[in-house]
Design a protein around this ligand. Sequence first.
Ligand code: ADQ
Length: 480
Amino acid sequence: MTILHVSAECYPVAKVGGLADVVGALPKYQNRIGHKASVVMPYYKTNWVERASGKGIFRHNLVVLGKTFFAEVLEVDNELGFPLFLVRIADLTDREKVYGYEDDSLRFIAFQRLVLQWLLTLKKKPDVINCHDYHTGLIPFMMQKCPVFTDLKDIPTTLSIHNAQYQGEFSHNWGGLLPEFNHSDLGLLDWYGKINPLATAIKCAWKVNTVSPSYMVELQEKANGLEGLLRQEKAKCVGILNGIDTETWNPSTDEYLVKNYNIRTRVAGRKKNKEALCKEFGLDPSKPLFGFIGRLVWEKGADLLPEIIDTALQQHDVNIILLGSGAPEVEYQLEALKDKYPGRYNAYIGYEERMSHWVYSGADFLLMPSRVEPCGLNQLYSLRYGCVPIVRRTGGLKDTVIDVGDGGNGICHDQTSVFDVVYSIGRASVLYHEKKFFKENQKQMMETDHSWENAAGEYVSLYEQLVKTANNRKTSKTKK
Ligand SMILES: Nc1ncnc2c1ncn2[C@@H]1O[C@H](COP(=O)(O)OP(=O)(O)O[C@H]2O[C@H](CO)[C@@H](O)[C@H](O)[C@H]2O)[C@@H](O)[C@H]1O
């Protein structure tokens, strides 16, 4: 089966968060089980893209709101395990950041239109198109409802929701960003008076999946305004738990680590990484070390981190290291705490891929007090690297981490509150000092299998149902 993933991010080409990790791994594992999966994404000016070479395979002058943009699709040489196509639209995609521009709606709609223009010209079209998040959410609508793309309307589409908080809504005044469609279809674009790409995708995609089963259940109760729609579309919705790329995330080969290790050598290997991490950040390697890695946003519980850190350091003899960026006021408070707790707490405010690997391999515990967590990858990397995840029971965290008290390997709490997290830090400190149990627990964590092998197949089963439906439709049309 030929599968095309359409996404705004893909590791290592351009990464802001977990979406990139998934799109950079899932196609590789789908190819390993005998399919032909590829990725198309915007051409950004990232270091990876600027170093890459490839060839132009399609050119098009895209007209949006009367303005012409020169655009091309490049097939890029790579060793990622899947063909990679970059859509370069002059003045729109070729910028340094992935998101955060005023004209993001225009940028991502132009990208989606270009993908479809390109697909029109292919003799062998994909058997299925997998869209990821709202940035690609208008594709199913355009394929079905815009006459210019009629030739694509029988190709099944799926939407993978990595984060339903972000929906990409914009005013109907900008409806002209889309190609012509019949105005009786406007209702498919609308959600509470705005064009809402995520809602449109939920309505128009043939199937919808979230990145964990629990998140799908939760979204039907609370989905930033889309809960009613998700209940209505329940029949075509399913939750598929993310996997991790066990080649990129492998402590025995990870080039970012100071010392590689495996299950057998974990204790000595992790000790070396912890010592190096502590040396770099002026911390004490003899104390239990707690890490946090992530975007500093409300969903991750980041607004509570300053108080959590302050309280935990007053109540417990521990060290804390933080890596993240996001809300400026949280960044400011996290920076300020460094002066209050020198030698016990440190933070790198920013994005640093290398350091994230280092924290998983050197910290003893990883904090994930998320209010919302569609799947979460950090806890899976933690398990693989032998770092105990401390999670709030929500979404994918609930599906992947079981408390040590219930026979699992992590520490779980029910609320995103300062009290719950600090209490868990206390429990973790006790665990840390039970050396024999702690080492055995590390071993069990590292043996947990969260690789993509199984999940890649679950996606394929989903596509297969759709391809069957598409073939049945074709057959019944031919009979008529
Ligand atoms: N400052 C920093 N420096 C270096 N690396 C950093 C970093 N901040 C974050 N990262 C890295 O970014 C990734 C974050 O992935 P997550 O899945 O935890 O969250 P995210 O909310 O981005 O993803 C969304 O999509 C994914 C994929 O489906 C879901 O798992 C998740 O729940 C959902 O919110 C990890 O690889 C982490 O190491």
